[in-house]
Design a protein around this ligand. Sequence first.
Ligand code: AMP
Ligand code: ZN
Length: 495
Amino acid sequence: MALHLYNTLSGRIEEFQPLDPRLVRMYACGPTVYDYGHIGNFRTFVAVDLLSRFLRQSGHPVRYVMNITDVDDKIIRNAARDGVTVQQYTAKYYKAFIEDSALLNIRKPEAMPHATDYIAAMGKFVSDLESKGFAYRTEDGSYYFRIAKFKGYGKLSKKDFEGMTDGARVDVDEYEKDSARDFALWKAPKPGEASWDTVIGPGRPGWHLECSVMAMDTQGETLDIHAGGEDLAFPHHENEIAQSEAATGKPFAHFWMHARFLLVEGEKMSKSLGNFYTPRDLILKGYKPSSIRYLLASVPYRNQLNFTFDGLRQAATSVERLRNFRQRLTESTFAEGAHSELQKVATDAAARMKAALDDDLNTAQAQAAIFEMVRAANIAMDAGQMNKPDVAPFLAALEKFDEIFAVLHDDDIPKMQQILEWAKTESREKDISPELLALAGNSGPSDQDVNAKIAEMEQARKAKNFAASDKLRAELASAGILVEITKDGIRWRRK
Ligand code: AMP
Ligand code: ZN
């Protein structure tokens, strides 16, 4: 069987056929780097990563492009608020995104264009749309897309825009879900905020425009697959289609893939509900990157993934079982002898895994197939029924599994140590859990070392050098030692 994928554009599952068998062109909307990415964002990025890995495993050469949205209204506003440039503001979050992706074993896309590198091209694109009659300029120097002129408007989101008012406009990037409005392609400069000079005058690009220009510049006029989270289908992707197809007269993307939103303990993630987590937050709590990846991959991308701490702990157990199984295969001694019946268990599991992924990336079934194999093989090994020549097909099945799920290679400890270091630079020592310290192989300083530091702190306080005392206290905190200063002296305990 070949890969079958749900296509939002057609509203059904279709067999995936690349437009050019020599290269599958994939594009995903990347992060807006105005803050750290949260686990919902990474649910979508892991889903797209799984797709790109599975296409490659199925023999398709893939070129996967993910953009970096390093300019949008929020970024410009925050940069102005902090008195820094857009570039200065986003650098930290871009770096964090790259690190978090590596943490979660998300394969590096072939290209990651930054919106700020394409602003001249965006100005040129708007000018082309204007000359074709699809864009118009308003008094302040902004440009809007005239959706009444684009016949297919609504075809992705299946919204009926009959009776929409020609010329009704909206200039924010996200707007009410059901209204059709001419959307801003280009926004006139605002006093005190960043702007760029282009052939259409000064200003800043609209978010939708950014993706059209970057996708077509890096991948050509028609993509095989365009992906993103479900919230992007409308208006973002609808608007990308309108702009791109108005400019080229060709289909913009053959397949549209949308990952369903992640919930946390059954609720929408939000800072006010206190259920908002980044991968870093979870690692600080002592969860492994491999558990997070495994959990994010465990629910098929079109099903609701309800993130729970229970689920995360189960994911950790699953990864452990797989690692133990592999270790058992590589380290046990097996009887010489011929292939047994058992090797069929391995080859069947590999085949079932492929069939599950071919079925619109049914990751849950692929994981189930590997676990049934592990169970059967463990029973056989306990009974001394596995022979030396049987081992290779099992290792091969695990290898195939891990080419997609990427959790078997045990590199959690260095990754957790990296987050420990980051927490120190961000003054988040107080969030470091004892679990993380223990798992990162860092169980803390000896009592003797702590007492020596406490004595130094006492000295510093006597000399009224409170800055030095605070510094020592912070050092101890980052090593998992809580220091309490009382009127009777300094007390400490381990977190
Ligand atoms: P942003 O950085 O906000 O532009 O979002 C990056 C990607 O994450 C987009 O594809 C969003 O659709 C996706 N996304 C945002 N929140 C969630 C969520 N809770 N679950 C799944 N995907 C999400
Ligand atoms: Zn986009």
